[in-house]
Design a protein around this ligand. Structure first.
Ligand SMILES: Cc1ncc(COP(=O)(O)O)c(C=O)c1O
Length: 392
């Protein structure tokens, strides 16, 4: 969600959010107190998981999960090369080696068959990402993890309330990490994250690790932890939004359905494919087209802001040129192709439906005209994209 949509969401919940913020400020308790406890209980009940532990961000939720499993130097963790940087960076941060497997070109999610090919005696864990808000194939990942005695950690940062085979994501893995960065479908007004698990001992360890490894006794540090506390203000704001999440997600679905209908029969563009076992919460509505860059320029000329998630594969990031952060990859043709073809269209619960219709119509015009090599003129009169389209 862009800042306009975030402001709209705030306006929608302003009274409740202000009351929640005032309540926290007046309480004098700002870190890890009753709001956090209540949010953790409510989020756990919402997802149907035994333990939910609040922390400072989705990045820290991944880091705490890895630390709780004592994954470190000498260990390999297989994950997606087509994700946000934190998915791999946290693996490197604990001293382990990320191993990148290719994605399923239909869903953009990590492909279990490609993961299976990369498992070695050093593999400790698999981290699938529920990318763009669509659940990854948790049946296969659970089976693979069980068969090889591996830990399964879900990167659910983009997918709160998405489901696989009717079951919410964040309940399949040994641990799962959620992000409440403001642009997420359940967004705080600052950084916030959550770890979920059904294992009492892992839950205990995450709880301790988020507070410098302190277990009850002050200044007694049982584990080598970090400072990753969730603050009361963010928890109180998340508690306002959580009961409305189903409605907010349903509104995203309506926008997605307009795009789906508008793009269904258009040659040269592929609307998101949703696996029959998965639900998609449309954190992003991501199409693919071989004419991505031209289309993006054309839409920009029409005043439509789009985005590319992700233009660079994780192993190609400059940070991985540093020999201190080794990695391994399988062949990545699909992930690489995705970096060239994906385009995320505007989506939020508040996007007016006529705007979504207009965007789909513009894409259709662009692609039908491009394929017929007829010069296009953007509505603001600019011909630049039209000419480059006709020439290429
Ligand atoms: C797939 C994925 N993993 C992890 C993160 C990290 O979450 P945060 O920004 O809350 O640290 C994000 C955030 O964008 C994400 O998209």
């Amino acid at each position: 969600m862009k800042k306009e949509a975030l402001a709209q969401e705030y306006a929608h919940f302003a009274e409740e959010i202000q009351a929640a913020v005032a309540r926290v400020l007046a309480s004098g308790r700002y870190i890890l107190a009753s709001e956090v406890e209540a949010f953790e209980a409510e989020a756990a009940a919402y997802l149907g998981v035994r333990y939910a532990i609040g922390c400072n961000s989705g990045t820290d939720a991944l880091l705490l999960s890895l630390l709780a499993c004592e994954i470190g130097p000498g260990d390999e963790v297989i994950t997606s090369p087509f994700s946000f940087f934190a998915t791999a960076a946290t693996i490197s941060r604990v001293g382990a080696t990320p191993v990148f497997a290719d994605i399923d070109p239909r869903t953009f999610n990590l492909d279990p068959a490609r993961v299976a090919e990369l498992i070695t005696s050093r593999t400790r864990a698999i981290i699938p990402v529920h990318l763009f808000g669509q659940a990854a194939d948790m049946t296969e990942f659970r089976r693979l993890a069980d068969e090889h005695g591996l830990l399964l950690i879900e990167d659910a940062a983009q997918a709160f309330a998405a489901r696989w085979a009717g079951q919410p994501v964040g309940t399949f893995g040994d641990l799962a990490a959620f992000s409440f960065y403001p642009t997420k479908n359940l967004g705080a007004c600052g950084d916030a994250g959550l770890v979920t698990t059904n294992h009492p001992e892992l839950a205990r360890r995450v709880r301790i690790l988020r507070q410098q490894g302190v277990d009850g006794l002050r200044y007694h540090h049982e584990l080598m932890g970090i400072n990753s506390r969730l603050d009361e203000l963010q928890a109180a704001i998340l508690r306002v939004k959580l009961p409305h999440l189903a409605d907010l997600n349903a509104k995203r679905h309506l926008v997605a359905a307009i795009y789906d209908a508008g793009l269904a029969a258009v040659a040269g563009v592929c609307p998101p494919y949703v696996h029959p076992q998965a639900t998609h919460i449309y954190h992003q509505y991501t199409i693919r087209t071989p004419y991505r860059d031209e289309l993006r320029r054309f839409l920009a000329d029409c005043g439509v802001e789009t985005d590319v998630y992700y233009p660079v594969l994780l192993p190609d990031q400059p940070a991985y040129r540093n020999a201190r952060y080794p990695f391994r990859t399988g062949p990545l043709p699909e992930a690489r192709r995705a970096t060239r073809e994906v385009l995320s269209l505007p989506i939020s619960p508040y996007l007016p439906h006529d705007q979504a219709e207009m965007v789909a119509e513009r894409i259709k015009t662009f692609l039908t005209t491009r394929n017929g090599a007829v010069p296009l003129v953007a509505p603001n009169g600019k011909q630049e994209s039209a000419l480059s389209v006709a020439k290429s």
